[in-house]
Design a protein around this ligand. Structure first.
Ligand code: MN3
Length: 222
C-alpha cells in the first residue's frame, strides 16, 4: 500500500511537470553580467517586469485552450493567425526575450570557424560587412520591434519584425529559423542610451554569444 502511494505520488508529480509546457526560465546570467554594455538596472527591469509580464499575460490568455497550453511555441507561431492578438503579442514577447537572453554572454564569444562563418563570408563578403548590415537593419526599425538573423531556404537573411512578432510566425513577411535576435524596443536601452540606439547596437554586438548562434545554425541544417 505504501509503495502504491509512493508510485502514485511520482506519477502525479510527473504529470504536473509535463502539464507545464510553457515555463518562465531564469535569466541565464546575473543582472550585471553584461555590464557595462547592458546595465544591470535595464536587465532587471527588462527581465523581471517586461519579460515576466509577457509571460504572465500569455499564460492567462491561453488558459483553457488545450492546444495553446500543450503545443510548442514554434507550433503555435506556425498557426498564429488563428489566435487573438493577445496570443501573438504576449506569446511573441515571452519567446523572443528568452531567445534574446540566450544569445548573449558575459564578454561575448567569437564566431568559430565552420559553416556559418563560411556562409556569412560568402553572402556578405566578410564578418565585418555582415555586422554592418545587421546594425543598419537594427537602426532602421521604426517604432518598436526586433532585428533577426535567420536561416531560410536561400541561406541567411537579416530581417526586422514589428512589435513582438518573429520570423517563426506564419504572418511574417520573411519566415525562417531564428539564429540571433536583437530587441530594439526603447525599453531595452533607453535608461542607459536614451535616444542613442546606434551605441546600444554596437555594444550589444560585444556580448553576442556567436558560439550559440553557430550551434543554432548547425541545428537548423538538420
Ligand atoms: Mn524587450
Amino acid at each position: 500500500m505504501k509503495n502504491t502511494i509512493v508510485l502514485l505520488g511520482i506519477l502525479l508529480f510527473g504529470l504536473s511537470l509535463s502539464a507545464q509546457t510553457h515555463v518562465f526560465k531564469p535569466l541565464p546570467y546575473g543582472y550585471d553580467a553584461l555590464e557595462p554594455y547592458i546595465d544591470a538596472q535595464t536587465m532587471e527591469i527588462h527581465y523581471s517586469r517586461h519579460h515576466q509580464g509577457y509571460y504572465n499575460k500569455f499564460m492567462a490568455t491561453i488558459k483553457g485552450n488545450a492546444f495553446l497550453e500543450r503545443a510548442s511555441m514554434a507550433d503555435i507561431f506556425a498557426r498564429i493567425d488563428e489566435f487573438p492578438d493577445a496570443v501573438r503579442n504576449n506569446g511573441g514577447g515571452y519567446w523572443n526575450h528568452e531567445f534574446f537572453w540566450e544569445g548573449m554572454t558575459n564578454g561575448g564569444k567569437p564566431l568559430p570557424d565552420g559553416e556559418l562563418k563560411n556562409r556569412i563570408v560568402k553572402q556578405y563578403g566578410s564578418f565585418e560587412e555582415f555586422v554592418s548590415a545587421f546594425s543598419e537593419s537594427a537602426l532602421s526599425v521604426f517604432g518598436s520591434g526586433w532585428t533577426w538573423l535567420i536561416a531560410d531556404e536561400n541561406g541567411l537573411q537579416i530581417v526586422n519584425t514589428a512589435n513582438q512578432d518573429n520570423p517563426l510566425m506564419n504572418t511574417a513577411v520573411q519566415k525562417g529559423i531564428p539564429l540571433l535576435a536583437l530587441d530594439v524596443w526603447e525599453h531595452a536601452y533607453y535608461l542607459k542610451y536614451q535616444n542613442k540606439r546606434s551605441d546600444y547596437i554596437a555594444n550589444f554586438l560585444k556580448v553576442v554569444d556567436w558560439q550559440k548562434v553557430d550551434a543554432r545554425y548547425r541545428a537548423a541544417q538538420k
